[in-house]
Write a new protein. Structure first.
Length: 248
């Protein structure tokens, strides 16, 4: 006799996010406003436990169904924040998305001053696998610095360093791409991603970052996608990313 599978309960706001309806913060606002019902009863607590597989969730008395899973690539411009909304009124990555899309969230982040390849999806489980530290999925960056770099700088980045806050940061690989009169373009590969990882390492080495562009995540390259443009992730690209995740 097979054991009975007991579904796990999760918070109501998180359910709406997992179903691809909206962000968790937007869901919490809808719930507190009394617009969300659970099995026919209005619930105002965003943490109300829900059995996703069997409970009926409605917004304004309309059933909320699970949205089809979608995967998108964005070439994030510099000066744009990776959030749904910003208290300072700055542009967010959602400025560049088609309003007809189901709710999607960024897979990881790029800080405001950074640019380049950003994945967005409503598949939270896939996003978690991409970001999981144990996958060691390579992220490749092209970084312009205000310094004439040499091999010693690249060796320092790979060897790593302990910062004043106690974090130890290193790069998987670093090499010089090209050298100008006053600056250098480096290619830096990370297989982990702590907050402002590259910027903090270079700051520790007293090197100013002029531009930081993510050009690849695992086998997926940014290519010639224009700044601010989005496109669906192609099936073969998704499959390649899945293989890269599974191989680690």
């Amino acid at each position: 006799m097979k054991p009975r599978v007991v579904s796990r309960r999760i918070g109501l706001a998180r359910v709406l996010s997992k179903l691809g309806y909206c962000s968790r913060s937007s869901a919490a606002e809808l719930i507190r406003a009394g617009r969300v019902t659970l099995n026919g009863t209005v619930r105002r607590d965003p943490e109300t436990p829900v059995y996703l597989e069997k409970d009926r969730v409605q917004i304004d008395r309309r059933n909320v169904a699970r949205a089809a899973k979608v995967y998108f690539v964005l070439n994030k411009p510099r000066g744009v924040v990776t959030t749904a909304s910003d208290e300072k009124g700055r542009r967010t990555v959602y400025t560049f998305l088609n309003r007809d899309l189901p709710w999607v969230t960024p897979v990881g982040r790029l800080d405001k001053a950074s640019e380049g390849l950003l994945l967005l999806t409503n598949d939270s489980e896939w996003s978690a696998r991409v970001l999981a530290p144990q996958t060691h999925l390579d992220k490749t960056y092209h970084v312009q610095i205000r310094k004439i770099a040499d091999a010693a700088l690249c060796r320092s980045l790979v060897a790593g360093m302990k910062l004043d806050d106690g974090d130890f940061l290193s790069a998987k690989d670093a090499r010089i791409l090209r050298v100008g009169q006053y600056n250098t373009w480096l290619e830096i590969i990370l297989d982990e991603g702590k907050n402002r990882h590259i910027r903090r390492m270079l700051t520790q080495l007293r090197v100013e970052v002029l531009r930081l562009v993510r050009v690849a995540i695992g086998p997926l390259a940014l290519g010639d996608l224009p700044k601010g443009a989005t496109r669906p992730l192609m099936v073969r690209e998704k499959q390649a990313l899945d293989r890269a995740i599974q191989s680690d």
